[in-house]
Design a protein around this ligand. Sequence first.
Ligand code: NAD
Ligand code: LMR
Length: 339
Amino acid sequence: SIVRRSSTAGASYVSRRGFASGSAPERKVAVLGAAGGIGQPLSLPMKLNPLVSSLSLYDIAGTPGVAADVSHINTRSEVVGFAGEEQLGKALEGADIVIIPAGVPRKPGMTRDDLFNINAGIVKSLCTAIAKYCPNALVNMISNPVNSTVPIAAEVFKKAGTYDEKKLFGVTMLDVVRAKTFYAGKAKVNVAEVNLPVVGGHAGITILPLFSQATPKANLSNEEIVALTKRTQDGGTEVVEAKAGKGSATLSMAYAGAIFADACLKGLNGVPDVVECAFVQSNVTELPFFASKVRLGKNGVEEVLGLGPLNEYEKQGLEALKPELLSSIEKGIKFAKEN
Ligand code: NAD
Ligand code: LMR
């Protein structure tokens, strides 16, 4: 018989890995920053995901309430809220995937790099704990600037001796989600059928949507493609300005984060041909980290896929983004080495 239990007692987490749950293997997902603008709506689809058996919600404060709330949903996973640094270890222990939307968001007029000074330290301390408590977990990094926080995480894991490049992902799924939406609107095709890669990084011009590879095909003019590219690159800023000081994308990010985590879970469970874009350690260009299509498997990244054919406009975009992306990567590495 299936026993479903939920607990919201932060300090009294009891592992119940043995409970019956149908055919899907037991998987623990931890969300760090779970009481935040992204963390809360992301906790909802993670609670709804039947591949999750244990959902661990961590933040510096506020998680008992979020956990109590989502734990009442009658789906498979048990939910536990953990608040405060002394509970971080328990939150992480046994995690298969750690999703990190912890840190400050932008206000109008800021770049993602303006978040570096605060978020670099947050990411570094969270990754230090991951190396200690769940060194084999897949890490889905959402905290900005992603172009720098992913290299910081890599350095922290290297220092701890736990780095596995197959297990570290910068979440760029929201760029793909946006590019699909904007393309479908302009091309007048069914948005549910649209597919296209977005490569590079996750800030401004480092975000490079490859509309030449979009399917279903459409006959868009060069001007339309340039406008779509720019709108995708500025999608985050569009939301930051519309929210007028109240933060950045949270709901669309929660959706994007949930589908990326679901893809990681499917990969871990051995589902074949799970391919999504993510910012990973890469040989696709001369840059050490780069977003491109990635095949997900039982160990995380199974294969980093190439860029495919680029048109002239995309080739120019690729060359133009490299200096900024490299400098953001190097900034992250330098921070992690010096702190
Ligand atoms: P938010 O301020 O609403 O929430 C952030 C949460 O992080 C808060 O609950 C806060 O308490 C928590 N936090 C702070 N320090 C922490 C720590 N040391 N440990 C655990 N939790 C901690 O912000 P948000 O809107 O949820 O955005 C979070 C981050 O995600 C920002 O850096 C933002 O720029 C980024 N973001 C990334 C993408 C992307 O596409 N990758 C999209 C949107 C936002
Ligand atoms: C986004 O793309 O929405 C996020 O990176 C948040 C931001 O600051 O734009």
